[in-house]
Design a protein around this ligand. Structure first.
Ligand code: NIG
Ligand code: FE
Length: 404
């Protein structure tokens, strides 16, 4: 791959405080070079930029690391728009809605699941997402969980086995037998295709003991833990996540002081999913309290057909700023390097030599516009490992071999 210089960046977010003001390590009038290996080779001031095979002109726009969406459920079939409409008319959100998607997903072909997944991933990339985690959890049989993960791993290394999403109807009168299946034959079939183990630790799903058993079984097979915790009410999920050394406790909507302290005293990231609160009319998590206590916070979409069907990290950033007391800089940090930490990755979420050349170009002079101009498609270009994808008509102007 030729080396590429991206020049005339009005504002570059590196997420490396050594380069500029914290937390985002901002450089004004900046440039960067993507090496022939798809990694960042150089960042700095435009005036100091080295030569490269190809030069692209950012025209003064803002450039930031591609978003790291560390929590999605993209392997599914069916549509729950009617359920959403009913909620907006006053019905409560219930975890049992998952069953609707389980039935549709089991009935779908792999080709159908694959084309929905590919469409959503393309939609995400157009909005600046360059790293995505994908969970199973709408199969809930050995065959259906295994095929969901085998499909997901074709698109991302960040695959999560969530057989413990809900007890399926056929096990309703013997939930312990379902936990046995999740931790034995289903795990055997899924572990080769998964990096992570997750459990929905919530009243109506899995209690603390069952959740611990699921996580321990997965960890014994080399999967790393993450937890759906404290989404629908207070509960043991966050403390279990911390106890197990989980990379992330996700949702964190209903937290006690003890939960906040546990997160702040650990390296478990609190992953907040404000699109869920938007789409369920639940109260937003208290990001300010977590940040002030010193917890690491990530933002992700939770893209799924039930509790939140957005694929847009910019939308989540806007919600985090408007509804959760985060500053624009904190929200951008959480949507990039915060997500990377929630996946224990240091090669994404930052733009510094050695990191992947994964970035988003905004048709705006500053990342603040992500919250200041909610709902506006500001991402014009995305680079994935140095490969350039124009996302909008006003893409970058290129000059290299050709004159000009
Ligand atoms: O993360 N919390 C559990 N699972 C999903 C919801 C899935 C659904 O409603 O289909 C979530 O919100
Ligand atoms: Fe989720």
């Amino acid at each position: 791959m030729p080396t590429t210089l991206l020049d005339r960046i009005g504002l570059l977010v590196t997420n490396e405080p050594s380069y500029g003001s914290p937390p985002l390590g901002e450089i004004r009038d900046a440039a960067l070079v993507a090496g022939d290996d798809g990694r960042i080779a150089w960042v700095g001031r435009s005036a100091d930029a080295p030569a490269a095979d190809t030069r692209m002109d950012a025209g003064g726009r803002c450039v930031l690391p591609g978003f790291v969406d560390s929590h999605t459920h993209l392997v599914f079939a069916g549509d729950r728009a009617e359920e959403f409409a009913a909620r907006m008319a006053g019905q409560p959100y219930e975890a049992g809605g998952i069953r609707t998607t389980v039935a549709a997903t089991r009935a779908a072909t792999v080709d159908q699941l694959s084309s929905t997944l590919a469409r959503l991933l393309a939609e995400m990339r157009r909005q600046g997402t360059t790293t995505v985690e994908i969970k199973s959890g709408y199969g809930l049989t050995v065959r259906d969980e295994q095929r969901a993960l085998a499909l997901a791993e074709r698109f991302t290394p960040e695959t999560t086995y969530l057989g413990a999403h809900l007890v399926p109807d056929e096990f309703a009168d013997r939930p312990e037998a379902y936990v046995d299946l999740v931790t034995s034959d289903m795990l055997d079939a899924c572990a080769p295709h998964a990096a992570w183990i997750d459990v929905f630790c919530e009243r109506g799903a899995f209690d603390a003991d069952a959740s611990r058993a699921v996580l321990e079984a997965g960890m014994a097979r080399g999967l790393r833990p993450r937890v759906h915790a404290n989404q629908l009410g207070p509960g043991p999920g966050v403390r279990l996540a911390v106890e197990m050394g989980a990379a992330s406790a996700d949702h964190c909507t209903y937290l006690t002081g003890e939960d906040v302290d546990a997160l702040a005293g650990s390296d478990t990231v609190a992953t907040l999913l404000p699109g869920v609160e938007f789409s369920t009319r639940h109260p937003y998590p208290d990001a300010r309290r977590l940040l002030d206590a010193g917890a690491a916070v990530a933002l992700a979409t939770d893209c799924n057909p039930g509790s939140c069907f957005t694929s847009s990290m910019p939308f989540c950033i806007a919600l985090a700023v408007r509804e959760m007391g985060m500053t624009p800089a904190e929200a951008v940090w959480s949507a990039t390097v915060g997500g990377a930490r929630a996946l224990r990755r240091d090669d994404v979420g930052r733009l510094a030599p050695g990191a992947g050349a994964d970035l988003a170009v905004l048709d705006a002079p500053s990342y603040v516009h992500l919250a200041y101009r909610p709902g506006v498609p500001l991402v014009t270009d995305v680079w994935l490992r140095g490969r350039h994808f124009g996302a909008a008509p006003r893409d970058l102007t290129e000059s290299g071999d050709q004159p000009g």
